[in-house]
Design a protein. Structure first.
Ligand code: ZN
Ligand code: ZN
Length: 256
């Protein structure tokens, strides 16, 4: 029973074989998938995927890279869509200082507005953070995100940053990089995260785990992430799967 807590199976990379890729995930022991809808195009297709497959759930949110495209009325649009029974979180939202597609002040405003939305709705949040650790933590704190909690998706920061997020009621999620030989920091941080706050994900089609690195990632590869994580914390694959699935259900309260 594996839960991929962050994937993009509605991405065009799967247009040729989406059904087969989802079938392969089931064969790998994936019981539930949280697909991420993060802008005007991907939110409707992510909801559609969740409506098509009973084990697929979705989020709705505005990605920091697309922050500049958010129009007046879009927060209300997200609020309306969040009433859909298969929407389990607001996200992915956050800050991305690596790709310079939206100005920082716009990213920050859009991030804050959506934390406020999540608090109004009582939904957890899925956080995207790239090269913006300090500002992400500060905004989560100022906007009292601890009231709803959430997950730091594909965490790439230091233990110090992880600790600050754990203190705010957040879970820490790891993906493909923990399977890489040379990825020292995410492995060390994973080993320090309390087991009851640990989540796993693929972020497919990106961040493909070893030994498929360089090719397209898919949601069934969450098993490879789980195997690597299990080894790092000294659990069996079954134990790691059970612990992280229980964590996912505690955080994403709408997951059955
Ligand atoms: Zn992301
Ligand atoms: Zn993502």
């Amino acid at each position: 029973m594996l839960i991929d807590t962050h994937t993009h199976m509605n991405h065009s990379a799967f247009d040729e074989d989406r059904a087969e890729a989802l079938e392969r995930a089931r064969a790998q022991g994936v019981s539930q998938i949280i697909n991420i809808g993060f802008n005007r195009e991907t939110i409707p297709t992510s909801i559609a995927l969740a409506e098509q497959y009973d084990y697929v759930y979705t989020t709705v949110g505005w990605h920091p890279q697309d922050a500049i495209d958010m129009q007046p009325g879009d927060v209300e649009w997200l609020e309306e869509l969040s009433r859909h029974p298969k929407v389990v979180a607001i996200g992915e939202i956050g800050l991305d200082y690596y790709w310079d597609t939206s100005p920082k002040d716009v990213q920050k405003r859009v991030f804050r507005e959506q934390i406020r939305l999540a608090r109004r709705l009582g939904l957890p949040i899925s956080i995207h953070n790239r090269d913006a650790h300090h500002d992400v933590v500060q905004i989560l704190r100022e906007e009292r995100a601890a009231e709803v909690g959430g997950v730091m998706h594909c965490f790439s920061g230091s233990w110090e940053t992880a600790k600050q997020c754990l203190d705010m009621n957040f879970y820490i999620s790891f993906g493909g990089p923990v399977t890489f030989k040379n990825a020292k920091q995410p492995k060390e941080v994973l080993q320090q995260v309390p087991l009851d706050r640990l989540l796993i994900e693929t972020d497919a089609p990106y961040l493909t785990p070893h030994p498929h690195r360089g090719k397209r990632n898919e949601t069934g590869y969450v098993r490879l992430v789980a195997e690597a994580a299990a080894e790092l914390v000294g659990l069996s694959l079954e134990e790691l799967a059970a612990v992280t699935a229980a964590n996912a259900k505690r955080l994403f309260r709408r997951l059955p």
